[in-house]
Structures are given as C-alpha cells and as structure tokens.
Write a protein that binds this ligand. Structure first.
Ligand code: MRU
Length: 359
C-alpha cells in the first residue's frame, strides 16, 4: 500500500540480510519511523512491545528473527531455543508459532552451513506469500461487498471494522481491509466506520491513518458507538480480522470484537471475519475454553499517548492514582455469530465441516 503516494511494505529485509526493517507502529499516526531489527532479541522485543503487531505481521517478523539467528551457523538446539524465545513474545496470535514452525521445518533437515541462506529464502517466501494471500482475501471479500452494495444502490457501502487488520497488520494489503482496498480500485464507493479500539487505539491511530493514506472515506467512532449505528441502519457489514480461529470457527480477535458481533447479530448485520488459513488452529475446538488470551500491562489502559499541542508525543494518565485496571487484549466470538470466514480460498461458513473442506 502507499504512504504519501509511495508503495511500502510494513516489513522488509536489509539488502545485506544483516537486519530487517519494520515501520514502528508505536509512533503512528504522528511519525513515520522505521525500526532496524538486527538480532533475535531485537525481533522478540519488537513483537512484545508492539513495534510490529497484527497476527500475520507478527509471524513474518518472527521468521526474520529466526533468519537473523542463523547468521552464526546455528545448531538444532539453538534453533529450537530461538523458536521458544519468539513464540513466547505474544501468546494469542497463532501465526507466530505457525511461522517459526515453518522456519524450523525448512532448516532442521539442512547441514549447518546451508541454513543462513535457506532461512532468508524461507522468511522472504513467508512475507511474499502473505502479500499474495491477502490479495486473494481481498478479491473474495470484494465479491461480497459488490453483492451487498447491489442492495443499496446510489450510496456508499458502510463497513464497520475493529482494531487494525489493514496492511500494517500484515506485510501488505491487510485482511479485513484488503476487500476495502480492492473495492476502491474497482470503483465501488465504500465508507468505513473505524472503531477507536481502546486501550491501544489501533483503529484511531493505525486504521484511520492507512485508510487516509489510500484516500478511503472513513470516520473514527468510539468503541461503544457501533451498536447504535447498527440500530439506525448505518452499518451494512462488519469485517474484522482474527488472531486465532478454532477448528469449529470460534474467532479470537481484538478485545471488543465479541460485542460488535452481538450487536451485528441483534440487528441483522452480516459479520465477516477475514483471515489467512494460517490463522486457523485445527488443534483447538472450543475457542472460548482453549485459546490463550494475552493480558497486557494495565498501563495501556490507565495512560494514553498522543501528539501534544507543541507537536511532541506525550503520555497522560486517565485514571485516579491507585485504581486497579485489567487489560485482556483479545476476546472470542462464538462461531454462531459469524456470517462467514473470508480466506484466500474463498468464503466459508464458520463450522467444522466447512473449515475442513477449506484445506
Ligand atoms: O494486539 P494487536 O494489535 O496485535 O491485535 C491485532 C488484531 O487483533 C487484528 O485484528 C488481528 O491480528 C488480525 S490482523 C490482520
């Protein structure tokens, strides 16, 4: 996607393969800064501190972390240790362990001297495939949007999205926003309601920024406004991303997604989840009981950061001194509330038989 008219990816390798670069998402929308990640430790910290975030991008970055570790002819034990280090950085998005498992499957059979070159080949393949997969999700999602728009001719189609599942959350295109970008390219008028997504405000800071860069009409709303807009016919469809989907189609995504799904169900608004099949965790059945939910620092809730009047970035405290705060980062939407899963292999009902057929 584009930043100031120039095509960018969210993650790319250094030409000498001694590092990878990532857009530092903690600084957006106020500053476009690039982080240089030169070691496994840098990559782990970037994932844990959310320099990079979003399930597919976490996976692609972790693959670069394994490749960086291969600079020293790395033995099997060290490869397994690198995977353990990275997998522990964030527990919910399954794409992280998916990518590190894929890296180890490619590297472990090789003799030590061949591992470094092979690691970069595999890490770059993961990144390139992510772009292609998301473009395919966008094409399948576009067909859905075109069908919905046929019911409301003469006005833009109103989508609602939660968190950031755009190109910043992937290597390029995004998942939930890929259909939006494809719609724009196809000349279909769309308008996006952007949930601010407390506590870290990925919607207000990241989704609004990337939609603005692409020239897509959008409006930031408080997280609590979505239900009201649905009751008044102002939302045609909800599309969100996912961090992990169970074999029967329960969807784990950013905290607050479940409430949007309930409101959509109550108001007859279709609720779609866009996801690469690498987000499907076939080992788990009951998403609510089995998907690990990350709890992040209470400080993300008690404090908020943004641009101050002098142009500098500042953090302020919101809550009284001494108030306790709890910060679960994800929730699980039961499959029964999901209209469909938009994948690179088409749109599937959220149930076990369909997801088995999806491949
Ligand atoms: O905590 P984050 O910002 O990593 O959470 C991101 C989300 O919940 C996204 O919706 C999800 O990863 C899908 S990204 C294509």
């Amino acid at each position: 996607m584009k930043v100031a008219g120039v095509h960018r990816r969210s993650l790319w390798p250094a030409p000498d393969r001694r590092a990878c670069f990532a857009i530092d998402q903690r600084r957006l929308p106020h500053r476009l800064e690039v982080a240089r990640l030169s070691s496994l430790a840098d990559v782990r910290a970037a994932i844990a501190e959310m320099v990079v975030r979003g399930a597919p991008l976490i996976g692609a970055t972790a693959a670069c972390g394994i490749a960086l570790q291969c600079a020293d002819a790395v033995d099997d034990e060290a490869l397994h240790a690198a995977k353990t280090t990275l997998d522990g950085a964030r527990p919910t998005a399954v794409n992280l362990a998916w990518a590190t498992s894929r890296m180890l499957a490619a590297l472990l059979p090789l003799p030590l001297p061949q591992r470094q070159a092979a690691a970069w080949r595999e890490a770059e393949a993961i990144a390139d495939e992510d772009v292609a997969v998301n473009a395919a999700i966008g094409r399948h999602g576009l067909a859905l949007l075109q069908a919905l728009a046929a019911h409301s001719p003469g006005r833009p189609l109103n989508l609602l999205t939660h968190c950031n599942a755009g190109w910043l959350a992937t290597v390029d295109w995004g998942t939930a926003l890929a259909p939006v970008y494809q719609a724009q390219a196809a000349g279909l008028a769309v308008h996006v309601w952007v949930d601010e997504t407390r506590p870290r405000n990925q919607g207000a800071s990241l989704t609004a920024w990337e939609l603005g860069q692409q020239g897509v009409a959008h409006t930031v709303i408080a997280d609590n406004a979505g239900g009201h807009l649905m009751q008044h016919g102002q939302v045609d469809v909800v599309i969100v991303g996912a961090d992990r989907v169970s074999a029967r189609g329960d969807v784990c995504n950013k905290i607050g997604t479940y409430l949007k799904a309930l409101a959509a169900h109550d108001n007859g608004v279709p609720f779609y989840v866009a996801m690469p099949l690498s987000t499907l965790d076939r080992r788990l059945h009951d998403g609510l009981a089995e998907i690990p939910i990350e709890h992040r620092s209470a400080r993300e809730l008690t404090h908020v950061s943004g641009r101050a009047a002098d142009g500098g970035l500042a953090e302020v405290q919101l809550v009284p001194d001494g108030s306790a705060a709890l910060n679960p980062a994800f929730d699980v939407t039961p499959a029964r509330l999901v209209t469909g899963l938009v994948t690179e292999r088409g749109v599937w009902p959220a149930n076990e038989a369909a997801l088995r057929a999806a491949g």
